[in-house]
Design a protein around this ligand. Structure first.
Ligand SMILES: [Zn+2]
Length: 342
């Protein structure tokens, strides 16, 4: 194959056009191979120089080498353009704005009843209590009879029930049946709290609802006395409502405890002087007493060897007193404007 200066000029024109037309770095590399590769156009021309007459060979060789330099310069220049264009496109399509501030993730709020339950659990866990749970659908034995509330007992009137079927199954009216279930399945010493939902056919008003929450407590061991119960109530009330609160304990009556008491804390709003929120300066927080010997027996515990105390508090009521909520129904409505205050 012979080569002349005209061929080199044609290669130069072709090279300039194809390098300029390469649309990306891969296409440009293809052009480079076709021009300067082993089988490239210019490589072939350089190889053909040897067949030229001696007088033309030097000039053609110089021109070919100069053309090779020009092509390499053009390739390098076009490569820079294509790389810059690629990075520009990448930047436009995949940019990350490191100064961008996302809108804050809005986290939910714990329900005030959840908060109060957690606090009650924490207080009693410090005293060594365990949490026990029982079914919300109960039978009459555990809900009433084992707790000294036989049929026709006047206490059943104050706990009007939702019956589930004719087989004497009902929605439990209090958490006290957990006492019976726990005593029947565990040996003393027993030290539990039993929180959960309870149900009564009450007309709904600011302090009543057909579903509300209680927390039950039960301690059974040798030589448990009323003074142990009083100390426990004082520790609980001051832990929950603050060390400045005074505690008042008065006699009460429940079928399942003997003697029975009711505990109140001094009002946090008026300090005990009496105001619209309290009854003469006191806020009742729970009912309690020494477990009736027959209830111990019903739970399989011998009252000649063991004694115990029990208490029951409304979690809703504790939350109302702690957070100054005046209407129980707010706990059930799940209005975010109410819940987000806690
Ligand atoms: Zn008050």
């Amino acid at each position: 194959m012979s080569v002349n200066v005209g061929d080199l000029d044609a290669i130069a024109v072709d090279a300039r056009q194809r390098i300029g037309a390469a649309s990306d770095e891969a296409a440009l590399e293809q052009v480079r191979v076709e021009l300067l590769g082993k089988k490239g156009a210019l490589t072939g021309a350089l190889r053909g120089l040897g067949s030229l007459p001696a007088d033309q060979r030097a000039a053609a060789g110089a021109r070919a080498n100069a053309l090779k330099g020009e092509i390499e310069t053009m390739l390098a220049s076009r490569a820079r353009e294509l790389q810059a264009a690629r990075l520009q496109t990448l930047g436009d399509q995949e940019w990350i704005d490191m100064t961008f501030v996302p809108s804050p993730v809005r986290r939910g709020h714990l329900h005030p009843l959840t908060l109060i339950l957690r606090e009650v659990k924490a207080i009693f866990s410090r005293l060594g209590y365990e949490v026990a749970l029982g079914p919300q659908v109960e039978d009459e034995f555990h809900n009433f009879e084992a707790l000294n509330i036989p049929q026709e007992h006047p206490a059943r009137d104050t706990m009007d029930s939702f019956y589930v079927d004719a087989d004497h199954l009902l929605l439990r009216t209090h958490t006290s049946p957990v006492q019976i279930r726990y005593m029947l399945s565990h040996e003393p010493p027993i030290r539990i709290i039993a929180p959960g939902a309870v149900y009564r056919r009450d007309a709904t008003d600011p302090s009543h609802a057909s579903q509300f929450y209680q927390v039950e407590g039960l301690v059974v061991d040798r030589d448990i006395r009323l003074s142990d119960l009083k100390g426990t109530i004082e520790y609980f009330a001051r832990s929950l409502f603050g060390p400045d609160r005074r505690i008042r304990i008065v006699g009460d009556h429940f079928p399942f405890t003997e003697p029975s008491i009711a505990a109140a804390v001094s009002c946090g709003i008026c300090g005990g002087a009496g105001c619209r929120s309290c009854k003469g300066g006191w806020l009742e927080i729970l009912g309690a007493g020494m477990v009736h010997p027959q209830v111990l027996r019903n739970g399989g515990v011998d009252p000649d060897h063991y004694s115990g105390f029990a208490f029951g508090a409304g979690l809703d009521r504790l939350a109302m007193l702690k957070y100054n909520v005046t209407d129980l129904r707010l706990f059930l409505e799940n209005d975010v404007r109410f819940l987000k205050q806690f």
